[in-house]
Ligand binder design. Structure first.
Ligand code: ADP
Ligand code: ZN
Length: 617
C-alpha cells in the first residue's frame, strides 16, 4: 500500500530536449534544406547558360560558384571554380546579377517555417506525448490518478476510483473509525451541519505509533466520502523543496480549495510542525513553512469543505500553535491493535494470499503481541513467501508462526555453526528462562523455545504468549518477569558456574522494567507515588527524561539494582532447587533445537509428578 512515487520533472526534460533540438536544427536542418535545393551541374553547363544569358544571379566563392537561372529563380545551381580569367566579364555581359548570398537564398516563407513553425510544432508534439504518458502511468492499474502541474505543487491528487480504500479495509481501530465517520458524514452533506451552526474541525490529528494505519485511515475517509485526496509528507515539504516549503503549502491549499470538498493529508507533520524555538538559530525554512500552514488554516472559513488530516507519532513535539482551537483541534488516537484487532488485521491481509483454512488466527495474533498493523501485514506476506520457497500451493499455520519469528528475530541463520559447548550453553540459557517462567505464578505460559540462531544476532529465544488481552500489569507480574529475564543467566551460573555475554539483551530489558517500576509506576515504598521520570516519546520507543535531584537519582539507581538483584537471586534459587529438571529439559532442547510449549510442559509435569511422591514419603 505504501506507494513510493518518483518525483517527476517534466520541466527539466523539456528543457533538455529543447536545447538538443535547437542544436540539431542549426547543425543539420537548415543546411540540409538548402542542400536539397542546390543542384550540382558541370562547368560546361554553366558556361553554356552564361552564353545563353540564362543566369539570373551568381555568387563566386573560393572553390564553388552558385547561381540561379532566369527560368526558375528558386533553383540554386552549383559548380566548381575553373581557371577562367574573363569569366566575370562574360557574366557581366550576359546580364547576370552578382550577389553574395545566392547559396543562402531561401524563400522568406521557407525561413519562417523552418525557424519558427517547425520548432513550435515539435515542442507541441513532445509536450502532448509526455503528458499522455504521464497520465497513462498514473491511471494504469493504480487506485489513484496523479496530476503534476508544471512548477506547481507536487501534492498528489488522488481521485477516488473503484480501487479506493474504505473503512472496511482498515481492520480494528474502531474508535478511530467512529471518530472519523463524523467527518465522512460532514463531507457527504455539509448543509446539515451548516443548518444547525455546527463547525467541523478544520484539522484532525491522527496520532499513534508507526505502521498502525494512519495513512490508510485518511485515505479511507476520502474513499468513504467519495472526495479527492491530496497527500503530502511533512518531510517532503522541507527536504524536497528547499526554499520552497511555504509556496508549496500555498499551492497545496489553492488546489484543495478548487477541489473542495476534499481531504488534505499531511503525513509526518512533526517534520514541519516541531515546536519553534525562541532563539534565532532555528530552522528558518521549516518555520516559514509552518507559518504558511498556520496562515492557510486560519485563512479559509469554516465549512469550506476542506478537511485537513495530519499524522504524527510525536505529538508531544508539535508546536502548540498547531494544536490550538481552530487548527488541529481534534486528536484521534490510532493505537497499536489489541488481540482482537490483530486477529482482524491478519484476516484482512490473509484474504489477499492463498492460505489453508485451518489456520488459527487467534493463536497467531496472540503470538504477535505488540505488533503493529504494518508488521502484521508483513507477517502474512512472509508466510506466503515461505510457502512459495517450499513449492507449496498455499501458506499454512506453520508458515505464519515461522514468519512471526522472522519479523521479530530475523531469518534463521542456517549456516551458523555453534560449537557443542556454545550450543549447550544456549540451550541451558533458554531453558532457564522457560523454567523460571513456568515455576512462577504470575507469568505467561511458554509457547515455544528455540536455539536456532537468527540473523538478528539472537542465538535462541523463549516465546511466552499471554492468553488474552493485557492492559494492566501488577507489581507481582513485573517482578516475576524480571526474574524470568534473569533466568537465562541464572541457568548458566547454576550449570556451568560461569557466565557468558549471551544475557546482554535480558539485562537491558530487566533494567528498563525495574527502572519503570521505580520512576514511573510508583511501585516502591521509598518514592511512593512520585513521578521521577516523564515519557517524552510515547510512540517511538518511549524515551524518558529524568526530573529529579542528583541525590534522588543515586537513590533510584540503588533501588533498581536492588530489585534486579533480588529477582536474580530468586531465579537462581528456583533453578538450584530444580537442577535435575533443568538438565533434562536443556538436554531435550539441545537435541530437538526447537520445542513447543506443550512438549516443555509435558516433561515438566512428568518430572514434577515423580518428585511430589518422593517428598511426601
Ligand atoms: P502509518 O501511516 O500509521 O505509519 P500506514 O497507514 O502507512 O501506517 O500502514 C502501513 C500498512 O500497514 C498499510 O498499508 C497496511 O497494509 C497495514 N496496516 C496497518 N494498519 C492496518 C489496519 N488497521 N488494517 C489493515 N492493514 C493495516
Ligand atoms: Zn536470555
Amino acid at each position: 500500500m505504501n506507494k513510493v512515487e518518483e518525483p517527476k520533472k517534466p520541466l527539466a526534460y523539456l528543457f533538455i530536449t529543447m536545447i538538443v533540438l535547437l542544436l540539431v536544427m542549426n547543425l543539420f536542418a537548415v543546411p540540409f534544406a538548402q542542400q536539397s535545393k542546390i543542384k550540382e551541374v558541370d562547368y560546361g553547363t554553366f558556361m553554356k547558360m552564361t552564353q545563353d544569358k540564362e543566369i539570373a544571379t551568381v555568387e563566386i566563392d573560393e572553390n564553388e560558384i552558385y547561381f540561379t537561372s532566369t527560368s526558375d529563380k528558386d533553383q540554386v545551381y552549383r559548380t566548381g571554380v575553373m581557371n577562367d580569367p574573363d569569366l566575370v566579364d562574360r557574366l557581366y555581359d550576359s546580364g547576370a546579377e552578382f550577389s553574395s548570398d545566392v547559396k543562402n537564398s531561401m524563400s522568406p516563407l521557407m525561413v519562417f517555417f523552418l525557424y519558427w513553425i517547425l520548432p513550435i510544432l515539435i515542442f507541441a508534439l513532445i509536450g502532448y506525448f509526455m503528458r499522455k504518458s504521464l497520465m497513462d502511468k498514473a491511471g494504469g492499474g493504480s487506485d489513484a490518478m496523479t496530476f503534476t502541474g508544471m512548477g506547481k505543487s507536487g501534492a498528489k491528487v488522488y481521485v477516488q476510483s473503484t480501487g479506493g480504500i474504505r473503512f472496511s479495509d482498515v481492520a480494528g481501530e474502531d474508535e478511530a473509525k467512529e471518530n472519523l465517520a463524523e467527518i465522512v458524514s460532514y463531507l457527504h452533506d455539509p448543509s446539515k451541519y451548516k443548518a444547525i451552526g455546527a463547525k467541523m474541525p478544520k484539522g484532525v490529528l491522527l496520532v499513534g505509533p508507526p505502521g498502525t494505519g494512519k495513512t490508510m485511515l485518511a485515505k479511507a475517509v476520502a474513499g468513504e466520502a467519495n472526495v479527492p485526496f491530496f497527500s503530502m509528507s511533512g518531510s517532503e515539504f522541507v527536504e524536497m523543496f528547499v526554499g520552497m516549503g511555504a509556496s508549496k503549502v500555498r499551492d497545496l491549499f489553492r488546489q484543495a480549495k478548487e477541489k473542495a470538498p476534499c481531504i488534505v493529508f499531511i503525513d509526518e507533520i512533526d517534520a514541519i510542525g516541531k515546536k519553534r524555538e525562541g532563539n534565532f538559530s532555528g530552522n528558518d525554512e521549516r518555520e516559514q513553512t509552518l507559518n504558511q500552514l498556520l496562515t492557510e488554516m486560519d485563512g479559509f472559513e469554516d465549512n469550506t469543505g476542506v478537511i485537513i488530516l495530519a499524522a504524527t507519532n510525536r505529538p508531544e513535539s508539535l508546536d502548540p500553535a498547531l494544536t490550538r482551537p481552530g487548527r488541529f483541534d481534534r486528536r484521534v488516537p490510532v493505537e497499536l491493535p489489541d488481540l482482537k484487532g490483530r486477529e482482524d488485521i491478519l484476516k484482512v491481509h490473509a484474504k489477499n494470499i492463498r492460505i489453508s483454512d485451518d489456520v488459527d488466527f487467534n493463536k497467531i495474533a496472540r503470538m504477535a503481541s505488540g505488533a503493529s498493523g504494518a508488521e502484521l501485514a508483513n507477517i502474512v506476506n512472509e508466510a506466503a513467501l515461505r510457502a512459495v520457497r517450499d513449492n507449496r500451493k498455499c501458506a499454512t499455520e506453520a508458515d505464519m508462526e515461522e514468519s512471526i519469528e522472522t519479523v521479530i528475530a530475523g531469518y534463521q541463520k542456517k549456516n551458523a555453526i555453534l560449537s557443542t559447548k556454545e550450543k549447550l550453553t544456549v540451550s541451558y540459557h533458554e531453558t532457564g528462562h522457560a523454567l523460571v517462567a513456568a515455576l512462577q505464578s504470575h507469568t505467561a505460559p511458554v509457547q515455544k523455545i528455540t536455539i536456532i540462531p537468527r540473523t538478528s544476532g539472537a542465538l535462541g529465544y523463549t516465546m511466552q504468549v499471554d492468553e488474552g488481552n493485557h492492559y494492566l500489569m501488577t507489581k507481582e507480574e513485573m517482578l516475576d518477569q524480571i526474574a524470568t529475564l534473569t533466568g537465562g543467566r541464572a541457568a548458566e551460573e547454576v550449570e556451568f558456574g560461569t557466565i557468558s555475554t549471551g544475557a546482554s539483551n535480558d539485562i537491558e530489558k530487566a533494567t528498563k522494567m525495574a527502572r519503570a517500576m521505580v520512576t514511573q509506576y510508583g511501585m516502591t515504598d521509598d518514592f511512593d507515588m512520585v513521578a521521577m521520570e516523564t515519557v517524552t516519546n510515547q510512540y517511538l520507543g518511549g524515551d524518558t527524561s529524568l526530573s529529579c535531584s542528583p541525590e534522588t537519582q543515586k537513590a533510584i539507581d540503588a533501588k533498581i539494582v536492588a530489585i534486579v538483584k533480588q529477582q536474580h537471586q530468586k531465579a537462581k534459587k528456583l533453578l538450584e532447587e530444580n537442577h535435575a529438571l533443568l538438565g533434562k529439559l536443556a538436554q531435550y532442547l539441545y537435541e530437538k533445537e526447537t520445542i513447543t510449549g506443550d512438549e516443555f510442559m509435558n516433561i515438566l509435569n512428568e518430572e514434577m509428578a515423580k518428585k511430589i511422591p518422593e517428598k511426601s514419603e
